[in-house]
Design a protein around this ligand. Structure first.
Ligand SMILES: NC(=O)c1ccc[n+]([C@@H]2O[C@H](COP(=O)([O-])OP(=O)(O)OC[C@H]3O[C@@H](n4cnc5c(N)ncnc54)[C@H](OP(=O)(O)O)[C@@H]3O)[C@@H](O)[C@H]2O)c1
Length: 268
């Protein structure tokens, strides 16, 4: 299945850094107009100006905190005010918390569910109906390899990404006959500033890939009409092997890998 990018418009959440920024650059390079969404206005404006100058496409900035109630409605209103139609929705913005569950700030975990789960559903509701009416569209949701197993000490993050994977795979089938491609991107470790933003360093596992590789793999999977994709063969093999293991065994394995330093050497 071919996908024609040029002249269409993509809305990318979390476009101010990391994977989202690389999505914006890659799509602008392919001739798409881009709508960049995140909280960091300055970074978005700088990127928008650069992309318009470099590729001659239209770049719009919508500053929004997607962890807030009704954020998606505000984004949709801003899109409509500018007279835009969204052909491709990239739900990429996300955050992760890491520590023993009772040490985590409940407010941060609430924001995490709002951002990683609620905003994804709300934005899909905001933009898929008009894609369906036009009989064409695409949505790429950034999940994670964490979607495939319960992860102690990152319980909320892994559960949120499991939601995104399941949600994407289900909608991929619902919308298949209506010309809309839905793809979940499930990377392992990606070289971005994501891990510095969690309060503690998260132990690394599996192959680390570049944001460029993650984006190229996601776009290829979308073009091929795949409902989900794990970039990197080693990471694909490791997830394949988990199919034959019990989920509790997987959770115990993740727990021994992820156990925070503070729990290994508790201070008395
Ligand atoms: N890096 C990895 O190893 C890895 C692995 C698997 C999956 N992922 C997923 O990949 C996605 C992108 O992460 P990344 O690695 O590129 O990390 P990143 O560089 O930290 O980017 C996160 C993006 O999300 C935006 N964002 C965060 N909170 C937001 C909020 N409340 N409202 C609106 N936007 C918000 C950030 O922009 P502002 O701060 O400007 O709002 C930023 O643009 C996430 O969904 C993450 O879970 C990452």
């Amino acid at each position: 299945m071919m996908y024609v990018y040029a002249g269409k418009t993509a809305l990318i959440t979390g476009a101010s850094s990391g994977i989202g920024e690389v999505f914006a650059r890659g799509l602008a390079k392919r001739g798409m107009h881009v709508v960049l969404v995140a909280r960091s206005e300055e970074a978005l404006r700088k990127l928008a100006a650069e992309l318009t100058k470099q590729y001659g496409i239209r770049s719009e900035v919508i500053v929004a905190d997607l962890s807030q109630e009704k954020a998606a409605a505000q984004v949709k209103a801003a899109v409509e005010t500018r007279g835009l139609h969204i052909d491709m929705l990239i739900n990429n913005a996300g955050m992760g918390t890491y520590d023993a569950f009772e040490k985590l700030d409940p407010e941060r975990d609430h924001q995490q569910v709002m951002l990683n789960v609620t905003a994804v559903v709300d934005l899909a509701h905001a933009f898929l109906p008009e894609m369906a009416a036009r009989g064409e569209g695409a949505m790429i949701n950034v999940s994670s390899m964490a979607a495939y197993m319960p992860m102690p000490y990152m319980a909320v993050y892994a559960a949120s990404k499991a939601f995104v994977l399941s949600f994407s795979e289900a909608l991929s089938v619902e919308y298949h006959q209506r010309g809309i491609r839905v793809t979940a991107l499930c990377p392992g470790q990606v070289e971005t500033s994501f891990h510095q933003k969690t309060e503690h360093p998260v132990p690394r596992a599996g192959a680390t890939i570049s944001a460029q590789e993650a984006v190229t793999t996601a776009l290829r999977a979308m073009e091929q009409g795949k409902s989900s994709v794990i970039p990197n063969r080693m990471n694909q093999a490791s997830i394949l092997s988990t199919r034959f293991m019990s989920r509790i065994f997987l959770a115990q394995g993740a727990a021994s890998r992820l156990k925070p330093q503070s729990l290994k050497n508790p201070t008395r």
